[in-house]
Design a protein around this ligand. Structure first.
Ligand code: PGA
Length: 263
């Protein structure tokens, strides 16, 4: 298995499309992406795309029929398998579409839709129980960064989100550090700042779940990742991938991000 910095962790670069692209646009986007990426790229980096729910079946069909080794991801789910939860989707429904990764606790879900740490924890456990991998997002607001409480905020989100998750399952997860002030703003954390927080996340995982889990868990950075800044972020020892929003909508930009080694 290829690894980022010789640490055994294969990088994961994920495209979070948010509420963009209908299913026709989604099909075109993954087809164009598949023309740009080759077997050497997939050998070096795991890639996932996270379209809106309405696109999942169409994107699944394209990826599977064209044998494109891009993993299918979702942006959100409920923690219950089924029930009277109008508008929600249960983890087994996503698993049935061969969804591999589900984002949990994105800051837009936390800030705009009232998701709490406790809800994020329930979702993380439900995603794992359905056989998928959570990408659990954590990150501080600008006021928290300015007040010097970034580490405290992020550590408490990690502790709450991982509550009750066994160590070996934590090691198989993905945690995305996304400073909220960097999302969609064009402002990216410096590689040094991003590394510092990702290092804190890894040590909190070590405390909670043991050294093996800390060594295995993949930590992504997210927040205005672009083709021009990916390589320097990925060079950091505790950054194992990227969660990309805006730049993942364009297959040219997203493929350049996946091919950051060649930029
Ligand atoms: P951005 O979004 O790349 O547009 O800043 C990142 C995210 O929200 O995951």
């Amino acid at each position: 298995m290829a690894s980022g910095g010789g640490n055994g962790r294969k990088p994961l670069i994920s495209g979070n499309w948010k509420m963009h692209h209908n299913h026709f646009e989604a099909i075109q986007t993954v087809q164009k992406l598949s023309y740009q990426l080759g077997s050497d790229d997939y050998a070096a980096v795991d890639v996932s795309v996270h379209p809106p729910f309405t696109d999942l079946r169409s994107v699944q069909t394209v990826l599977e029929s064209d044998e494109v080794p891009v993993a299918l991801g979702a942006q959100h789910c409920h923690w219950e398998d089924k029930g009277a939860f109008t508008g929600e989707v249960g983890p087994p429904m996503l698993a049935k579409l061969n969804v591999a990764y589900v984002i949990a606790g994105h800051s837009e879900r936390r800030d705009l839709f009232g998701e709490t740490d406790e809800m994020v924890n329930r979702k993380v456990r439900a995603i794992i129980a359905a056989g998928m991998t959570p990408i659990m997002c954590v990150g501080e607001h600008l006021e928290e960064r300015e007040a010097g409480t970034t580490e405290e905020r992020v550590s408490s989100q990690v502790r709450a989100g991982l509550e009750g998750v066994p160590g070996e399952q934590v090691g198989a997860m993905v945690i995305a550090y996304e400073p909220i002030w960097a999302i969609g703003t064009g402002r990216t954390a410096t590689p040094e700042d991003a590394q510092a927080v990702c290092g804190v996340i890894r040590s909190v995982v070590g405390e909670l779940a043991g050294e093996a889990a800390a060594g295995a868990v993949r930590i992504q950075y997210g927040g205005s990742v672009k083709p021009t800044n990916t390589a320097e972020l990925m060079a950091q020892p505790d950054i194992d991938g990227a969660l990309v929003g805006g730049a993942s909508l364009d297959p040219d930009d997203f493929s350049r991000i996946v091919r950051y080694r060649k930029e």
